[in-house]
Design a protein around this ligand. Structure first.
Ligand code: GTP
Length: 357
């Protein structure tokens, strides 16, 4: 049975302020910590033993997921004293694996929402006889990603991190953040120092003649690293566009968690989530947004593609579009916040202080 490593130790700087008190994989998406979706999908693909590589805010994972038996998994946690980067984190958990030297081990970035056929990746790896196999996906604008061109047999020919010039953009295939490593390759990563699997391990393996296989799977894929992507991913889980066995309740336009109070004439659409104990007032409209536990949306507020932190308050008639409101922040009545604005945790915006003409 295939084992897996989950990389969940990153600082999640792009997702601030949501990641100030909560590590990115624990921010709720479609009503449960995002990591739950990944764990449930791995379990559905036949994975039974998962080692979590933790670092930033490491202490919150185990109290929530425990030994994993609630999800039918056997979970272990290994915490880095200093962050070791993606490759260092993989090497650091090697002692917990049971796999033999030639056995495959799955590795997942902890911030990817995807419908990847996990078994197909393992089967491709085994059939091709590769040392490492990578899930690749195609994107329209590859500049923010690591490009991975392959030959006619799917064998990786190069790794190009965040290319900028048109000459560098030789493919639209990118590293999608899920890998299969032969156990012996994991053991060959240097121990006790930071290593980037993307920048050091993969190019090094290629240069030494190792066989790296790419598998293009163009199913649903989203890197939840930014607030906009996180909100989109949560909405797609609720709408059923992104597959997960862990979404509580039925797929549809909205997910209202137990203990939330929503006025009868409030309109919740586009995969909106209303967290436990949250309130939505009369006439409020919330589209494609995530409202975390205990937040309050006052009457007449109009919210689109936004993330409202736990216990935050959005004032009456306030308009939010593409905004991130930190936990416990208070946005007064009659404000208008648009276009990627981030309000820090517990910040206070007085009534009518911010408007657009
Ligand atoms: P940003 O700071 O916003 O770039 O996010 P991040 O810290 O999560 O970095 P990135 O998205 O590049 O990380 C990819 C995956 O590797 C994520 O699942 C991270 O949790 C994980 N990761 C990154 N660095 C480390 C590390 O030093 N240790 C461990 N255990 N995991 C890491």
């Amino acid at each position: 049975m295939t084992e897996a490593i989950l990389l969940v130790g990153g600082k999640g700087t792009r997702l601030r302020p949501l990641t100030v008190h909560t590590p990115k994989p624990m921010v709720p998406a479609a009503g449960v910590p995002f990591l739950t979706h990944q764990l449930a999908r791995a379990r559905a693909a036949g994975v039974e033993h998962i080692v979590m590589a933790t670092s930033y805010l490491a202490e919150v994972f185990e109290p929530y997921f425990g030994d994993g038996s609630g999800l039918g998994l056997r979970l272990e946690y290994v915490t880095e004293e200093e962050p070791l980067g993606t490759g260092g984190a993989i090497r650091n958990v090697a002692s917990r694996l049971h796999a033999g030297p030639d056995d495959p081990v799955l590795i997942f970035n902890g911030d990817i929402l995807t419908g990847l056929d996990i078994r197909a990746l393992v089967d491709t790896h085994t059939a091709s006889g590769a040392d490492v196999s990578l899930h690749l996906t195609r994107v329209d604008d590859p500049r923010a990603y690591g490009l991975v061109p392959t030959d006619a047999d799917g064998r990786v020919t190069a790794f190009l991190e965040k290319p900028q010039t048109p000459e560098e953009i030789v493919t639209d295939q990118i590293n999608a953040g899920a890998y299969v490593f032969n156990r012996s390759v994991i053991d060959s990563i240097p121990a006790d120092r930071p290593v980037s699997v993307e920048r050091e391990t993969f190019p090094g393996l290629l240069a030494s003649g190792a066989h790296l296989q790419g598998m293009v799977d163009s199913t649903y894929w989203l890197d939840l690293g930014t607030p906009q992507a996180f909100v989109r991913g949560s909405a797609d889980l609720v709408l059923g566009h992104a597959p997960s066995p862990a979404v509580p309740g039925r797929r549809g336009d909205r997910l209202v968690l137990d203990g939330a109070r929503v006025a009868p004439d409030a309109k919740l659409t586009g995969g909106t989530v209303i967290g436990a104990g949250a309130e939505v007032g009369a006439g409020a409209r919330v589209n494609g947004s995530t409202v975390l536990d205990g937040a309050v949306i006052a009457p007449g507020a109009d919210i689109r593609d936004s993330l409202i932190g736990a216990g935050a308050r959005v004032g009456a008639r306030t308009v939010l579009d593409g905004a991130v409101i930190g936990d416990g922040a208070v946005i007064g009545d009659d404000n208008e916040l648009r276009g990627g604005i981030r309000v820090w945790c517990a910040a206070h915006i007085p009534p009518g202080a911010v408007t657009f003409s």
